[in-house]
Write a protein that binds this ligand. Structure first.
Ligand code: ADP
Length: 497
């Protein structure tokens, strides 16, 4: 193995990024490019697959130029990606038959509501894919394209169309159509992959009428899938994981019981549950954390739809301040929100409540309520929502969860992190490297080409930046939690007719 560097491609929902790491996990170069969001109708979200590839490719070239390294010194490429987003293209021409339908897109909500009515099928899906039937996952998006794009179904049935999540599309493009694969973590987000047998689920494919021949081959998260010659040298593509699973890996959550929380636009909490899938009784989903040398690790996952986005809302829509950083300052002027609670369920509630009829609400307003109270309540809401997911994980696994590893844009907020620690009574630890998602993909690729020998070699590399310890007394925490629970209760089902 001659190469010293790993190129990590991080294909996100609003931008494509590339980070080049060296063996010691130093960031050698970074590049980022936004690309257009397409909203054809309210609630619909699409991307042009060519934009996804082109923006990703140009950031990789840009990062390589900035790094000023010989491409022959690149050991491997790792890929991490927005999950569930669905692309279908013509096998011969490489041209997509429709835009990418993005994970956020709600166009298949009605289709999913109908599917859910068959309780037996819903339970089958839950036990075999780990997921709840929902428009987020790829399956209904594939069906929508086959049902709505003229000629698509016939072409798919005769083996002329290919489906892929974003990782699959990038690998196919980078290998000039030679390799049509995905990894277990991405497969586990399609609602078509059986997480027990580790095969595409024939029963679900039959019910949804999706031809198996269009699906990619499912591989490990860490292995050489193929080679690309698009960067001036023949480089192996050797690691893939969906963004949240990559972050879990990048946080070195390799052991059963390890938990990470990524605070971005939403909050994504994942717990490694070891080598057996654990089915939630508390509204969490089961997913594959990684698959290395055929050894699969599972995770429980809970997502909070509106996390840092509540701060964006106060900034852009309420115009309370001009930068997210100001929220920390203004919110910290008060020691508490003094009875004000903000439930930011703008698009309904995710885990563990799952209520699509809920909408955002602010409670406890008095004549003395100020802008600062509302900001403080918004910061606290980010932590309260994560607490609900963490409690559900603890209840599902019987694991008390001592420590939580944190990352993501809003994890720089000391008031949110301290309140999170206070309200859960748990220790939070934050690593020096904030780029855990890109790092996770780099680790997976580097392990496959033996830049790193094994996960034990990586374990020592997690470097602490900051710890948050609970300081609030438990009685006070209990009082605040009671108020939060009441606010959540009042918010549920608000728009149900
Ligand atoms: P994503 O990857 O989902 O786009 P990021 O990890 O970049 O998100 O995090 C951005 C989010 O973090 C935004 O929603 C922003 O409002 C929030 N955020 C950033 N800095 C702060 C801060 N100091 N305090 C509170 N929220 C913040």
């Amino acid at each position: 193995m001659s190469g010293k560097y790993i190129i990590s491609l991080d294909q996100g929902t609003t931008s494509s990024r590339t980070i080049i790491f060296d063996k010691n996990q130093n960031i050698i170069a970074k590049s980022q490019q936004e690309y257009p969001q397409i909203y054809p109708k309210p609630g619909w979200v699409e991307h042009n697959p060519q934009d996804i590839y082109n923006s990703q490719y140009s950031t990789a070239i840009d990062a390589l130029l900035k790094a000023d390294i010989d491409p022959r010194d690149v050991a491997a490429i790792g890929i991490t990606n927005q999950r569930e987003t669905t692309i279908i293209w013509d096998k011969d021409t490489g041209i997509p038959v429709y835009n990418a339908i993005v994970w956020q897109c709600r166009r298949t909500a009605d289709m999913c509501e109908k599917l859910k009515k068959d309780r037996e099928f819903a339970e089958y899906v839950r036990l075999n894919t780990g997921l709840l039937i929902d428009a987020y996952f790829s399956a209904a998006k594939i069906k929508w394209i086959l049902d709505n794009v003229e000629g698509a179904r016939e072409k798919a049935e005769s083996g002329r169309l290919l489906f892929g999540t974003v990782d699959t599309w990038l690998v196919w493009k980078l290998t000039d159509g030679k390799v049509h694969i995905t990894d277990c973590t991405n497969a586990s987000r399609t609602m078509l992959f059986n997480i027990n047998t580790l095969k595409w689920d024939k029963h679900i494919l039959e019910v949804l009428n999706i031809p198996e021949c269009m699906l990619p081959e499912v591989r490990n998260s860490s292995e050489i899938y193929g080679y690309t010659d698009k960067f001036g040298s023949k480089i192996p593509i050797a690691g893939i994981a969906g963004d949240q699973q990559a972050a879990l890996f990048g946080q070195l959550c390799f052991d059963k019981g390890d938990v990470k929380n990524t605070y971005g636009t939403g909050n994504f909490i994942l717990m490694n549950t070891g080598d057996k899938p654990s089915v939630s009784k508390n509204g969490l989903i089961t997913t594959i954390a990684s698959s290395i040398d055929g050894k699969v690790s599972y995770a429980l996952e809970g997502s909070v739809f509106v996390g840092g986005a509540v701060i964006q809302w106060l900034r852009d829509e309420m115009r309370f301040f001009s930068s997210a950083k100001d929220a920390d300052y203004l919110g910290s002027k008060l020691m508490s929100s003094e009875g004000v609670y903000f439930v930011p369920s703008f698009t309904g509630m995710g885990a563990p409540h799952w209520d699509m009829y809920a909408r955002g609400a602010i409670y406890g307003l008095t004549r003395g309520t100020t802008r600062e109270h509302i900001i403080r309540a918004a910061l606290e809401a980010i932590a309260f929502q994560s607490m609900d997911v963490i409690n559900a994980m603890a209840a599902d696994t019987g694991n008390d969860i001592g420590t939580i590893k944190v990352d993501g844009g809003a994890s720089v907020s000391a008031p949110i992190m301290q309140f999170q620690s206070d309200i859960t009574g748990k220790r939070l630890i934050k690593p020096v490297i904030a780029e855990t998602t890109a790092l996770g993909a780099a680790f997976l690729a580097g392990l496959a080409v033996k830049l790193w020998k094994d996960t034990d070699e990586l374990k020592n590399s997690w470097v602490l930046e900051k710890t948050y310890e609970p300081k609030m007394d438990r009685e006070e925490a209990g009082r605040l939690i009671k108020g939060w629970n009441r606010a959540v209760q009042c918010t549920r089902m608000f728009t149900e007719q």
